[in-house]
Design a binder for this molecule. Structure first.
Ligand code: PBG
Length: 328
């Protein structure tokens, strides 16, 4: 006998039905690929804790940007790995610094065909690895750092960035960078505010990717994973200061924050599926403990479902290829 029950399973019966009623769809245009450019490389170099991701040479970076266009990706996010570092991160503001050179290379290669984003933070360029400049007693000096960020924003804009990603978690950084861009004839350059960014263990592999010099941690400026309301304050401040887009980072462990942000802002919302999120899946798959491809799609779909319009992920190119080839 058939019980008189409601039957949601009816719409799950075939792949065609499931496809029809899917509430969340992945698309290459919503994916952004992070890229690392290392000064002095002739060949791309692997990153052991990020299998499949490389530090690019200038030449291989151009090829990666070209591929991003061919796959229809929404954008690329560039990080520079300099050969020399100092206390104030001079390489970040030097027009010949590796990040600025890389932005110009990508721009020359792809023009306006893909959005060129660049990381606006000093940590890759400082010899102590912190995201800002330090006081005499070794703390990160918020306002002295803002002066450096203002100059760095202008340098990235002049190199050709469409979007600068303020990722340092200094108070006031979005407003100061916005004002500096406006004063430097770069009103067209957008600010992607890493609005809610947590002091996360999931940034571990990134530190290898950028050859980070950091000894301690970033808990005095990045947020405590215990806090949710604090993220809403950070987001509010960044939007008030002129953020064009806001981001939540990491993504997977902060889907509640992402949902809440997406519910209240009227700017596009991005989420960064960070290095550790990638590495955990790759490692489990390497052991044969998880179905890698399904886990990749599930994780990115979940980030979209939670409210992200845009996802930064190291799998962006691979997932876009699956989508283009109809495999996802
Ligand atoms: C700061 C920055 C970091 C990441 C992106 N921008 C490192 C940090 O905050 O320690 C991490 C990204 C990742 O783990 O994939 N420049």
């Amino acid at each position: 006998m058939a019980f008189p029950v409601e039957r949601p399973r009816r719409l799950r019966r075939t792949p065609a039905l499931r496809r029809l009623v899917a509430e969340t769809r992945l698309h290459p245009a919503a994916l952004v690929l992070p890229l690392f450019l290392r000064e002095g490389l002739d060949e791309p170099a692997p990153i052991s804790s990020l299998p499949g991701v490389v530090q690019h040479s200038r030449e291989s970076l151009r090829a990666a940007a070209r591929e991003a266009v061919e796959l229809g990706l929404g954008g690329v996010m560039l990080f520079g790995v300099p050969a020399h570092r100092d206390a104030v991160g001079s390489g970040a503001t030097d027009p010949r610094g590796i990040l600025n050179v890389g932005i110009a290379d990508i721009r020359a290669e792809v023009g306006d065909e893909v959005v060129v984003m660049a990381d606006l933070c000093l940590d890759e360029f400082t010899d102590h690895g912190h995201c800002g400049v330090l006081t005499g007693t070794g703390e990160v000096d918020n306002d002295a750092t803002l002066e450096r960020y203002a100059d760095m924003g202008v340098a990235l804009a002049h190199a050709g960035a469409d979007v600068v990603g303020t990722s340092g978690m200094m108070d006031g950084q979005v407003g100061v960078v916005r004002a500096a861009l406006d004063a430097a004839d770069a009103q067209h350059v957008a600010v992607l505010a890493y609005a809610a960014k947590y002091a996360s263990a999931a940034f571990g592999p990134f530190r290898e990717a950028v050859d980070s010099q950091l000894l301690g941690d970033r808990r005095a400026y990045q947020q405590d994973p215990a806090n949710r309301r604090e993220s809403m304050r950070e987001v509010r401040l960044d939007v008030e200061e002129g953020a064009d887009l806001v981001m939540v980072k990491p993504a997977g462990s902060y889907l509640d924050v992402l949902r809440e942000v997406a519910d209240v802002v009227d700017v596009p919302v991005a989420a960064y599926q960070v290095s550790g999120e990638y590495a955990m899946v790759e490692a489990a798959a390497e052991f044969g403990w998880i179905d890698r491809d399904r886990m990749v799609l599930e994780s990115i779909t979940s980030i979209h479902r939670a409210g992200a319009d845009i996802v930064l992920t190291y799998w962006a190119a691979e997932v876009a290829r699956w989508l283009v080839e109809g495999k996802a």
